[in-house]
Each structure stands twice: as structure tokens, then as C-alpha cells.
Design a protein around this ligand. Structure first.
Ligand code: UDP
Length: 330
């Protein structure tokens, strides 16, 4: 059993990671400032409230406890916001993470699992997108993540840090228990918005663009279940624990689902008509993003379990129906 520090462990993806690690019997400490995460999403005794850029706090934590591996989920992750507030993204996603890495170096911790993103690729020049696809991010969010990947390369050269960078496509769904799930404020992601319509909290769903060059005119994305993401992190950590070197892996189901297809799935799962309104394109959206995950499948044996949009929406619906106000539901 290993000892993990999960930075940003009270966020959507981080909280599912914490659950997966605990279920596997590992020791977990969560560092989260609860600025966007939820204290209720993790066991209270595991939570250290604080900022990942707070060097004194990090040094104290690393002196008190011995960690085998650090998993880093604490980041701002909204493309539109990153265009409006680029410095907030470079500060939080890049500079603060540099402090974390420096503290790790001083504590002698050399294993790091990093939440990266398909946004590091930018506009696709070929599909499916494999890890050798050019990385030309088109917004500050993607750049802030790509910078950190490059910082990790330099740390490896300089002091032997080994890292796995997992480039997520569209993370969605919730833990099958229905006890933890997605709760952003404001919400901007397609699946939770659809379910808010089904709950009667929104009138309809806006379809951002119906004239894309795709099979039904709407954008195509590769949705991957949150628990399958968490499982990939476990495999990545085992790879590093076994002495494996730095790797970059895509995480997607290799299946493109259009916005209209996702709306149909949500109608079927919820039994609600979910009215839709054709709307203008959203700035910065590529028409199609579909992963090749062949590398992690063959190298680490990753295989998504919840690999259909139905599974994703079904588990998300269980969470939303039992927590209509998210973690604020009493
Ligand atoms: N989308 C939409 N209406 C919404 C929210 C999202 O049509 O209210 C579309 C969006 O344009 C994209 C897809 O749904 O093609 C997934 O968007 P999301 O924000 O969930 O994830 P992203 O692809 O931006 O990471």
C-alpha cells in the first residue's frame, strides 16, 4: 500500500480519485483550498485546507508525512474563463504547480501524476488524436497545462522527477454509488446541464452550433467516465512505482458522440423531453475531438468499463437526482 498526496482532491475528478485510492486500501491526504471543490466530497479527516502555492504549508506537510506519489488535480479548467483571465490560469495552473514541484524536490519525492488535457493539442490536424499529434493549444487553459508538461520534462532532466501526464478528453459521469459527482458553479458542461433541464432547474439546453461539418451538424466529443479516468491514474501510479519512466497518455473512449446524440441519450435515461434550442457556435470549440487511447491500452492495460454515453449519463443522473443542489443538498 502506498501513501498519496492528492492535490485538488475535493474537486470533481480529484474526489473520484480519492474514493478509488481508498477503496484500494491506500493512505490518502487531500490538499485543497475548497475554492472550487467541496469539503463534503472527501472524508473530513483526510482534508488539509490550503493552497498548493503555499510553500510553508507544503514544506510542513512534506516534513510531517512521507508521500510515495503526488497526484495533481488542482487547476482552473474553463476555456472561456481562461481567455478572459489568462493570468489567473498561469498563476494557478502553472506557477503554483511549480511551487508544488519545488517542494517535492526538496522532500525527495520523485513520482508525479498530472491531470493534463486534450486542450494541449489545439485544433486537430488529424483524427483520432494520438499523443504524437502536434501540441498547439489555442487558449490560455491549454497553454497553462502544456507549459507544466514542459516544466516536468525539465525537472526530469535536472533531478530525475518521473511523471505520467494524462490528457483527458471529456470527463463525465459520476461514481456508481451516487454519493459523489459533478457540482460546478456556474455549470458549463453539457452532461450536467442536460440533467439540470431534466430536473426542471433549466428550461432548455442550448446547442452551440448546428452547422458544423459533422454527421448531424453538432460538435463531436469523446466522453470518458470519471471512474475510468481514476482507474487510469491507479495504473499510471503502479507504472511509476514499478520503476517506469515518464509517459504521456490520452484518456478517451475513442468514440465520438455529437451534442444531439448526447441529448437523445439524456432524454432516454431521464424520460424527460429536454427541449433544445439551436444556438450560435461557442468561441474556441473545435468541431471534432476524438482520442486514440491505444497507447495506454497497450502499455498499461487500461480498458474503460463505463464506455458508452448511456453509462455516463445513467451514473450522472443517479447523482443529480439524489443531489439536486449538488453538495449543498441536505
Ligand atoms: N455544449 C452545448 N451546449 C451547452 C454546453 C456545451 O452545445 O450548453 C457543447 C459544446 O459546444 C461542446 C460539447 O457540448 O461541443 C461539450 O462541451 P463541454 O463544455 O461539456 O466540454 P468541452 O468540450 O468544452 O470540454
Amino acid at each position: 500500500m502506498a501513501n498519496y498526496l492528492v492535490v485538488g482532491g475535493a474537486g470533481y475528478i480529484g474526489s473520484h480519485m480519492v474514493r478509488t485510492l481508498l477503496d484500494a486500501g491506500h493512505d490518502v491526504t487531500v490538499l485543497d483550498d475548497i475554492s472550487r471543490g467541496h469539503a463534503a466530497s472527501v472524508p473530513a479527516e483526510l482534508l488539509v485546507r490550503g493552497d498548493l502555492g503555499d510553500r510553508a504549508l507544503l514544506d510542513e506537510l512534506f516534513t510531517q508525512r512521507r508521500f510515495d506519489c503526488v497526484m495533481h488535480f488542482a487547476a482552473f479548467a474553463q476555456v472561456g474563463e481562461s481567455v478572459q483571465e489568462p493570468l489567473a490560469y498561469y498563476r494557478n495552473n502553472t506557477s503554483r504547480a511549480v511551487e508544488l514541484l519545488d517542494a517535492m524536490k526538496h522532500a525527495g519525492i520523485d513520482r508525479f501524476i498530472f491531470s493534463s488535457t486534450a486542450a494541449t493539442y489545439g485544433e486537430p490536424v488529424r483524427l483520432p488524436i494520438d499523443e504524437d499529434h502536434p501540441t498547439v493549444p489555442t487558449n490560455p487553459y491549454g497553454r497553462s497545462k502544456r507549459f507544466l508538461e514542459q516544466v516536468l520534462d525539465d525537472c526530469e532532466q535536472a533531478w530525475g522527477l518521473r511523471s505520467v501526464r494524462l490528457r483527458y478528453f471529456n470527463a463525465a459521469g459520476a461514481h456508481p454509488s451516487g454519493e459523489i459527482g459533478e457540482d460546478h458553479s456556474p455549470e458549463s458542461h453539457l452532461v450536467p446541464l442536460l440533467l439540470q433541464v431534466a430536473l426542471g432547474q433549466r428550461k432548455d439546453i442550448a446547442i452551440f452550433g448546428t452547422d458544423w461539418d459533422t454527421r448531424d451538424g453538432t460538435c463531436i466529443r469523446d466522453y470518458v467516465h470519471i471512474c475510468d479516468l481514476a482507474k487510469a491514474h491507479m495504473l499510471a501510479s503502479e507504472h511509476l512505482a514499478a520503476g517506469g519512466g515518464t509517459r504521456t497518455f490520452n484518456l478517451g473512449c475513442e468514440e465520438g458522440t455529437s451534442v444531439r446524440e448526447m441529448i437523445d441519450v439524456a432524454r432516454k435515461v431521464t424520460g424527460h423531453p429536454i427541449p433544445s434550442v439551436d444556438s450560435a457556435r461557442r468561441a474556441g470549440d473545435p468541431a471534432r475531438l476524438v482520442a486514440s487511447s491505444a497507447r495506454i491500452r497497450s502499455e498499461l492495460g487500461w480498458a474503460p468499463e463505463f464506455d458508452t454515453p448511456e453509462w455516463i449519463v445513467r451514473t450522472a443522473w443517479r447523482w443529480h437526482r439524489s443531489h439536486p443542489q449538488g453538495y449543498a443538498t441536505s
